[in-house]
Ligand binder design. Structure first.
Ligand code: AMP
Length: 433
């Protein structure tokens, strides 16, 4: 195939089956559908409501909402201009949800808004296992409360989805980045501590030290990690309010028997993040071990121009990583539903009959396959098998004359004649059973 016409590296097709995986998801569309169904079901249990926002968003929203000094905004955006407008393919969905909340005054619906989403996101990263340029996130945002119970409900919601899928051995890391006052004191201490090591820091870390100091704690460079070993620890700088919030979150998690490990290096770099930060990992999926993560962002709405604070917490997870974990743990989604009945026809008249009956049986709610190429009976039976039809109706001139069809149960091979008048009832009875 002309390479210019192939799908873009780092994106993939989701196909009905997985006999080819070059540029296609390892999982068939039925598995994707199953995962989405589980997400909808669990979200419903937690009384979260679905929100869908556009894939295209204004670049300034994402730059502001995700943070200008993050990798996502500085290096990974698919952004372009048309006329005076700057567009970006959304790299995540929290900022769009907050935008929608503010734009449509969702606070006026009353109470706490618990919103969830599933959809594609785009980042110009170097594609590798578990890291793609178009990937799919699901997540939830609980907006309009700073109660620690919302933090724990958000985490419980995320965990419930993985549990429903059947994954085990996951590790939930937890930290608090405190309120802005606590963090400001910590950042100052961190900058003072790192001052003598300036000449040993990478260009990136030096930049972070200026613009986004918390992100230094994320460094992957070993010599920087060693320098950081004796650095001040954020948890030691939490003030009373921050301590209280964090302690409450931990107690509530214990109440729900949700296991976690505290990790003081887990940070979210931006100023509008407050208090709780968490990440869920699986040791089974290789280098990109994060299944999902989230945190509290009490100051984001104001960052986006809201006069009022909208204290909120959310999580975002990747479907591709969930699929990797399922594969690693041998968890299979239910197979795609098969066709209830395949109509095999012999001869022109039978073909016309079958074409009409397919319509009728479908109107009765049955799923019906039929031949659209005028093939031999043998090929039609093969096609019925490929479609995993539960029953096949065989209709030729004799059957039309006799006013009944040969009905074959494909698994047992048993066959009997059923009068046309009884056909719908016959099939419905057996297929429901
Ligand atoms: P983030 O918004 O970076 O915190 O990402 C949240 C989740 O989305 C991660 O834990 C991953 O599961 C998933 N994710 C992020 N970036 C990618 C990517 N490029 N490819 C696949 N999944 C991703």
């Amino acid at each position: 195939m002309n390479p210019e016409y192939r799908s873009i590296t780092g994106t993939f097709d989701i196909l009905p089956d997985t006999s080819t995986t070059d540029g296609a998801s390892d999982a068939p569309s039925s598995t994707w559908r199953y995962i989405e169904d589980v997400i909808h079901k669990v979200m419903q249990r937690f009384n979260a409501e679905e929100i869908r926002t556009p894939i295209l968003e204004p670049t300034p929203l994402i730059a502001r909402g995700v943070g200008a000094y993050t990798d996502i905004v500085s290096k990974e955006m698919f952004a372009f201009e048309r006329g005076d407008t700057h567009y970006v393919l959304r790299p995540e969905i929290t900022a769009p949800v907050v935008r929608a909340y503010l734009q449509h005054h969702l606070d006026q619906r009353g109470g706490v808004q618990k919103l969830y989403y599933i959809g594609p996101c785009f980042r110009a990263e170097r594609p590798q296992k578990g890291r793609y340029r178009q990937f799919h996130q699901f997540g939830a945002e609980i907006m309009g409360t700073d109660d620690p119970r919302a933090d724990v409900e958000c985490i419980a919601l995320m965990m419930a989805i993985y549990e429903e899928i059947g994954l085990s051995g996951l590790r939930l890391r937890l930290n608090s980045v405190g309120n802005p006052a606590s963090r400001a004191r910590f950042v100052e201490a961190l900058q003072n501590y790192l001052e003598p090591y300036r000449h040993e820091l990478s260009e990136t870390s030096l930049q972070r030290l200026e613009k986004n100091p918390l992100r230094i704690l994320d460094t992957k460079a070993q010599h920087e990690q060693e320098i950081l070993q004796d650095a001040p620890v954020l948890l030691d700088f939490l003030d009373e309010e921050s301590e209280k919030h964090y302690a409450e979150v931990k107690t509530l998690l214990q109440d729900l028997e949700i296991a976690f490990v505290e990790d003081p290096t887990l940070v979210r770099g931006l100023d509008y993040y407050t208090h709780t930060a968490f990440e869920l990992e699986s040791a089974d999926i290789g280098a990109q071990s994060a299944l999902g993560g989230g945190g509290r962002y009490d100051l984001l709405a104001q960052e986006l121009g809201s006069k009022q604070a909208v204290p909120s917490i959310g999580f975002a997870s990747g479907i591709e990583r969930l699929l990797l974990a399922m594969e690693a743990q041998g968890i299979e989604a239910p197979a795609a539903p098969a066709v209830d009945v395949f109509l095999a026809a012999l001869g022109d008249e039978a073909q016309r009959w079958v074409f009409r009956w397919a319509q009728q049986l479908r109107a009765e709610g049955l799923s019906v396959g039929l031949d659209l190429r005028g093939r031999s009976l043998k090929s039609q039976m093969k096609e019925a098998n490929r479609q995993r039809a539960e029953y096949t109706l065989i209709i030729g001139g004799n059957e039309l004359e006799a006013g009944g069809a040969q009905v074959k149960h494909m698994e047992s091979g048993e066959q009997e004649e059923v009068a046309f008048d009884n056909l719908v009832a016959y099939l419905q009875r057996r297929i429901e059973a």
